[in-house]
Ligand binder design. Structure first.
Ligand SMILES: Cc1cc2nc3c(=O)[nH]c(=O)nc-3n(C[C@H](O)[C@H](O)[C@H](O)COP(=O)(O)OP(=O)(O)OC[C@H]3O[C@@H](n4cnc5c(N)ncnc54)[C@H](O)[C@@H]3O)c2cc1C
Length: 486
C-alpha cells in the first residue's frame, strides 16, 4: 500500500487515537469536549485493560471476597460481640458480579465516547508515516488509511510471562484469566509480589485457597516502601499463612495436573525445590503493546517496547519531539496505572490545543486494594534522600500510627502506619506511604498537597473531621511541623 502525500486540509480527523483503554478514552473524550474531530481505534474491547481485565473486575472480586473474609473472621466479629454462622459463598455469583460490572462500565464508556462525538473505528491501527494511520478492520480485514493532524498512541500493555514459564490459561494463567475466577484451586502459587500478585493473594485466601508467593527479588513486596512492606507482609502474607519466599526464581513452570514449578535460588541458580501445585498465577509485571505499531515508519525507537515521551506526552526521537505524534498510558512505561494514563491523555490534548501543560508524576498516587490497603504518593524515601543530598536540605521523616486513631480503634482495625517525607527547611511535602484501613482514599489528600507543592506549615492548620481516619494524616502533618527548623 502506498499512502499518498499529506496536504493541508486533507485530514480525516484532527486527532486519531490508537487504543481505547483509559488513556485513549480520556484523550478522545477531552478532545471532543474541546471541539476537535476525534477518531479512536480499538482492536479488542472498548475500555482496555482497566475495564476488561484490570482495575474493574479485580476490584469487584476484592469487594466480594473482602466481605467473605470479614464474615469468616470469627475472632474479629466476636470482639464486637457478634457471632455469625458459617459463611457460604457462590464462586460463580462472585464471578458474575465482576463480569456484569465490566459489561456495564464498558457500555457506559462506549456511550460516553459516542455522545461526545468521537468516531469509533473497530480494528488494529498502525502507523503508515507522519500523520497517517492504517486501520485493519476487525472482521473484514480490510485496510484503510486515515490522515490525522495529530496521532496519539495509547496501546497499553499486556501481562509479561518470563521465559521458562508456559501458560495454558487454565492451570497456569495471568491476571487476564484470573479476573474471570473460573475455579478455585486448592493450592495456588502466585509468581510475583507486586500489587497485582498481592491483590489476587487477598482474593484467593479469602475464598479459602492455600497460597504460596514466589518473589525473585531479595524481599517480598519489593516495589513498596521497606517499612510499609514489612508491616504489610506481616499482616497480608504471614497473618494469612501464606508461604512467601523471596530470592527464589520460578525457573520453569509446566501446566498440568499438578502444575510443576522448578524453583532455583535467584543469585546462584542452584535448585531449591520442585513444587507441585493445583494452579499458578503469573504476576510478574507487564510489557508494552507496541510491536505491531510500525513505529519505524516515523523513525521512533522504543526502549524495550516502551515509547519514549517528554512530559507533554510528545513522542521523542533522541531528545527531539516527533511532530504531531503523542503517546500516553502504559505504553510509555511511566507509573503504569489507569489514572496516570487518563491524566497523560488529557495533557496530550491540552498541548494539542496549544495550552502548554506538563504532567506531574510526583503528585500521582498509587494504591493496592488489599484488606487493608496500601498506598503511596511522591518520592520513595531513597529518592527523597538523594534529592536532599543533591539540593542540600535535610529530609524529615515522621510516622503516624493507626493505633492512635479513634476511628480505626472503633473499627477494631488499628494495624496501620503512615510515613510522611518532607523538606525540613521549607516544610514541602515530598511523599507519603501508607498501610492501613482505607489507605487508598487517605493518600489523595497528600497527593493534592504534593501537587500544590504545599508545606506542612500550611497543612497543619487544616482541620480534619473527628473521628475519621484522615486524622492519621493530620497527626503526621503536626509532627512534621514540629520537626521543622525554626
Ligand atoms: C489485574 C490488574 C489490576 C489493575 N488494577 C488497577 C487499579 O486498581 N488502579 C489503576 O490505576 N490501575 C490498575 N491497573 C493498571 C491499569 O489497568 C492500566 O494502567 C491501564 O489500563 C492502562 O491504560 P492504557 O490506556 O494505557 O492501556 P490499556 O488499558 O492496556 O488499553 C490499551 C488498548 O489499546 C488496544 N490496542 C493495542 N494495540 C492496538 C492497536 N494496534 N490498534 C488498536 N487498538 C490497540 C488494546 O486492545 C487495549 O484495549 C490494573 C491492571 C491489572 C492487570
Amino acid at each position: 500500500m502506498h499512502p499518498g502525500p499529506v496536504s493541508d486540509g486533507s485530514f480525516d480527523f484532527d486527532v486519531l487515537v490508537i487504543g481505547a483503554g483509559y488513556g485513549g478514552f480520556d484523550a478522545a473524550k477531552h478532545g471532543c469536549e474541546h471541539g476537535l474531530k476525534v477518531a479512536i481505534v480499538e482492536s479488542r474491547d472498548m475500555g482496555g485493560t482497566c475495564v476488561n481485565r484490570g482495575c474493574v473486575p479485580s476490584k469487584a472480586l476484592l469487594a466480594a471476597s473482602g466481605r467473605v473474609r470479614e464474615l469468616a473472621d470469627r475472632q474479629h466479629l466476636a470482639q464486637f460481640g457478634i457471632h455469625a454462622g458459617p459463611v457460604r459463598f457462590e464462586r460463580q455469583k462472585i464471578a458474575d458480579h465482576a463480569n456484569q460490572l465490566v459489561a456495564t462500565i464498558r457500555a457506559n464508556l462506549t456511550k460516553t465516547l459516542e455522545r461526545a462525538g468521537a468516531t469509533i473505528l473497530r480494528g488494529e491501527g498502525r502507523l503508515a508515516g507522519p500523520q497517517q494511520v492504517v486501520v485493519r478492520e476487525s472482521g473484514s480485514g480490510l485496510e484503510r488509511t486515515y490522515r490525522a493532524k495529530e496521532v496519539i498512541i495509547a496501546t497499553g500493555s499486556e501481562p509479561f510471562v518470563p521465559p521458562g514459564i508456559e501458560t495454558d490459561g487454565r492451570t497456569v494463567f495471568t491476571s487476564d484469566e484470573a479476573v474471570n475466577l473460573e475455579w478455585l484451586p486448592r493450592w495456588l502459587a502466585i509468581i510475583g509480589s507486586g500489587y497485582i500478585g498481592l491483590e489476587f493473594a487477598d482474593v484467593y485466601t479469602a475464598l479459602g485457597c492455600e497460597v504460596t508467593v514466589i518473589e525473585a527479588l531479595d524481599r517480598v513486596l519489593p516495589t513498596f516502601d521497606p517499612d510499609i512492606a514489612k508491616i504489610a507482609a506481616r499482616h497480608l502474607l504471614d497473618g494469612r499463612d501464606i508461604d512467601a519466599r523471596a530470592g527464589v526464581l520460578a525457573q520453569t513452570i509446566t501446566p498440568g495436573c499438578p502444575v510443576t514449578i522448578e524453583l532455583v535460588e535467584m543469585k546462584t541458580r542452584e535448585p531449591v525445590e520442585t513444587l507441585e501445585v493445583d494452579a499458578v498465577l503469573v504476576a510478574t509485571g507487564r510489557v508494552p503493546s507496541s510491536s505491531s505499531l510500525n513505529l519505524g515508519a516515523v523513525g521512533v525507537e522504543t526502549n524495550r517496547g516502551f515509547i519514549p515521551v517528554n512530559d507533554r506526552m510528545q513522542v521523542l526521537v533522541g531528545d527531539e519531539p516527533v511532530p504531531h505524534l503523542w503517546a500516553v498510558g502504559d505504553v510509555t512505561g511511566k507509573m503504569m496505572l489507569a489514572h496516570t494514563a487518563a491524566a497523560q491523555g488529557a495533557v496530550a490534548i491540552d498541548n494539542i490545543l496549544g495550552h502548554g501543560r506538563q504532567i506531574d508524576y510526583r503528585s500521582i498516587p498509587a494504591a493496592t486494594f488489599t484488606h487493608p490497603e496500601i498506598s503511596s504518593v511522591g518520592l520513595s524515601e531513597a529518592d527523597a534522600k538523594e534529592l536532599a543530598a543533591r539540593d542540600g536540605f535535610e529530609l524529615g521523616v515522621v510516622r503516624s500510627y493507626f493505633k492512635a486513631n479513634s476511628k480505626a480503634l472503633a473499627e477494631l482495625e488499628s494495624d496501620g502506619l503512615m510515613k510522611l517525607l518532607f523538606n525540613k527547611g521549607t516544610g514541602e511535602v515530598l511523599g507519603a506511604h501508607i498501610y492501613g484501613l482505607h489507605a487508598a482514599d487517605l493518600i489523595q489528600e497528600i497527593g493534592n498537597a504534593v501537587a500544590r507543592r504545599q508545606s506542612v506549615r500550611q497543612l497543619v492548620n487544616e482541620v480534619h473531621t473527628h473521628p475519621t481516619l484522615s486524622e492519621v494524616v493530620e497527626v503526621a502533618y503536626k509532627q512534621a511541623a514540629l520537626a521543622l527548623a525554626s
